[in-house]
Each structure stands twice: as C-alpha cells, then as structure tokens.
Design a protein around this ligand. Structure first.
Ligand code: GLA
Length: 351
C-alpha cells in the first residue's frame, strides 16, 4: 500500500488502516426498523494509507482517479463523498481532522451489495484516527461512517454494513441488534460453508428505491403507533389496510424472526434448518419486499438445483450478489451454477 502512496504522492504514508466488506447471511432490510441482522465480514478488504498534506486529496487504485475533497465543505457529488462524509462527522463531533493525502486500494467489488462503501468509510476513519492518535470504539466508528453516508451522500442506509465492517470477525457471524446497537459474535461450525455469487448485473437504481422502502416501513410503524417495526408482530399487521405497506411490514417482521431462528440453527449446527430460513428470506424479499430481480431469482434457483441447502439475495437487492449455503464436499456445484448463468461470477470461494 505504501508503494501506491509513494508512487502517487512521491513520499511515504504515515498512517494505514483497513476494513472488510461483508456478506449479509440473513436479515436484510431490518436494520432501519431497529431489528436484527446476521452479517459476516469477508476476506475482501479496503486499505487506506494517508499522510498530512496542505489540502485533502484522495487517489483510488481501482478508479484510477485522484480527487480533491473537503470535509469542511459541501459534498462534491462524486466517490470522494464516501471519504469526506465520515470525516465531516468527525469534524462535527469535535475531533481533529487535519488535511491529508490518501490512497485507497480495495478488493471489495463495488455495486455488488458487499458493502464496499462501508469498508471505505470505516478504513478512512480508522486511518485518520490512527494518524491523530485519537481512540474511538468500533461501534462509534460505525456510527460516524453511517452518518457520513446518510448526511453527505444522501443514502438513508441503516447501520448493518458499517457495524459488520467495524465489528465483524472472520468466520464468525455477527448477530446485530439494531435497537441497542450491540453485536454478538456467533462462531460458525465448519459445515457452514457459504459461497457468494455475483449475478453479473450491478445494483440498479438502488438508492431511490432503497430510500422509498425505508420510508414505507417507517410509515407502517407510524400507522401502528409503534416506534419501529421491531415492535410489531404478525397479528398487529392486520391493522394495515394498504396491501403494499402490509407486505413490506410483513417482510420486516418475519425476517426478524428468521434471524433469531438462524442463530439457533448455527448454535445447534442445523445446516438444513439454516438453509430453509435462507430460502424463506429470499421469497419474502422477492414477493413481499420486492427488491429481487429476475436475474437474482434465476441464480437462486440454479444454486438450489445444483445442491445448495439454501440461497438468497444478499444486501439491498436490485442486482449484485446472492449467498448460498453449499455442502462443502460438492465440487460440481459451481460448474452447474455457471452453466445456467453464464454472466455469474464467484466472488470468493469458501467464505
Ligand atoms: C444496504 C444498506 C444497509 C441495509 C441493507 C439491507 O446494504 O446499506 O443498511 O439496509 O442494504 O439489509
């Protein structure tokens, strides 16, 4: 990394940090309803290196682009906002944020639903805090990262991605309670073998539709006189008259229950039970929450036909990736999947 910094800026970096992308195993579109999520960090990471400078400047190896930005000023409307936004939150909270030159290198594919944005935000914050010698907890880092994305980039995301990136540990699922903001690590038994497959299409028009889904679930909670859908049960939903709102709310309520059941399945090494919950989750995301696409649905079908015990879209949906629970011994699983979906690509074997 410091080689990239040296090449771009002609000197060595002073602070470096990294943060991983994540796969959401189950529990999507529940975080902003103060519900439960179960992500796991990926062995794919974003690395940031920086050094004090006269102005704020960032170079991305993947974008092959260098941009000036200013966390003390308004957003620029380009990818540097994902760097400037979290730093702007540090400024607001009274932290020292000196001007820096930065390089970014990442193996987290962007637009795949694997939280490349959160990895960049968390790595940026860690590198800045390391440079200035300021200590901040992982959970507070996650909140600065999320606030930066909400306030600076205009994406009303929940806390799932940033918490998973900041608090996750390898080969451990992270049970997140998005009301208390507490995370609990749940080690995966060896028979839990996940594969992540990109459907070949990036997330499409995701942000507008995402914000709209979030608004509908908040409205449903208001109709029910609740602080958030976390507090609703299936019986309470009968009071919702609007069919679309009912289906959106039903996804959130049922998904919260599935996350808790999935944690039990991990703890009892019930692989088949976990797989069945993934399948129900995908159906609910596709039919009730309507964030799947024909390409994602086809890929989930192929993953199951090829022997997966469960498969579902992962993250926000609208394109990007699926995650499948695959028997470790099935070596012909991937060839079968790709035969039916020539545009699909395996993000990583053996997560
Ligand atoms: C995106 C958002 C998260 C979460 C997921 C869906 O990744 O950034 O906050 O809402 O979608 O679970």
């Amino acid at each position: 990394m410091s080689d990239a910094f040296m090449r771009v800026f002609g000197r060595g970096s002073v602070a470096r940090a990294s943060a991983p992308g994540r796969v959401s195993l189950i529990g999507d579109h529940t975080d902003y309803a103060e519900g439960f999520c179960l992500p796991m960090p990926l062995p794919l990471e974003t690395h940031v290196a920086l050094a004090p400078a006269d102005c704020f400047r960032v170079h991305s190896e993947e974008m092959e682009d260098t941009l000036d930005f200013d966390p003390f000023g308004p957003p620029r409307g380009n990818w540097s906002d994902y760097v400037a936004g979290p730093l702007a939150e540090l400024v607001k909270a009274g932290f020292t944020v000196p001007p820096v030159e930065m390089t970014v290198r990442s193996s987290v594919p962007s637009g795949a639903g694997l939280s490349s944005s959160a990895a960049l935000e968390v790595a940026t914050l860690r590198a800045m805090l390391s440079l200035t010698g300021q200590a901040v907890s992982d959970s507070r880092i996650a909140h600065f990262a999320q606030a930066g994305e909400n306030n600076y980039c205009g994406v009303q995301c929940g806390i799932l991605d940033q918490m998973a990136s900041a608090m996750g540990r390898s080969r451990q699922a992270l049970l997140l309670d998005c009301r208390t903001n507490k995370g609990q690590l749940v080690p995966l038994p060896p028979e839990f073998h996940f594969e992540i497959v990109h459907c070949g299409k990036p997330r499409h028009l995701a942000d507008g539709a995402y914000n709209e889904r979030r608004a509908t679930t908040a409205e449903a909670a208001r109709h029910l006189g609740l602080r958030a859908l976390r507090d609703a049960d299936m019986a309470a939903l009968e009071a919702l008259r609007d069919d679309e709102m009912l289906r959106r709310a039903r996804h959130v309520v049922s998904e919260n229950a599935r996350v808790l059941a999935a944690v039990d399945a991990i703890r009892t090494a019930d692989v088949a039970g976990f797989g069945a919950l993934m399948n129900e989750s995908h159906r609910s995301l596709a039919l009730d929450f309507e964030v799947s696409t024909p390409t994602l649905d086809r890929l989930v079908e192929s993953a199951l036909d090829a022997g997966a015990l469960g498969a579902r879209l992962t993250g926000a949906g609208f394109g990007g990736c699926i995650v499948a629970l695959v028997p470790a011994e099935s070596s012909d699983w991937w060839p079968q999947v790709v035969a039916g979906n020539p545009c699909a690509w395996l993000v990583r074997n053996e997560v």
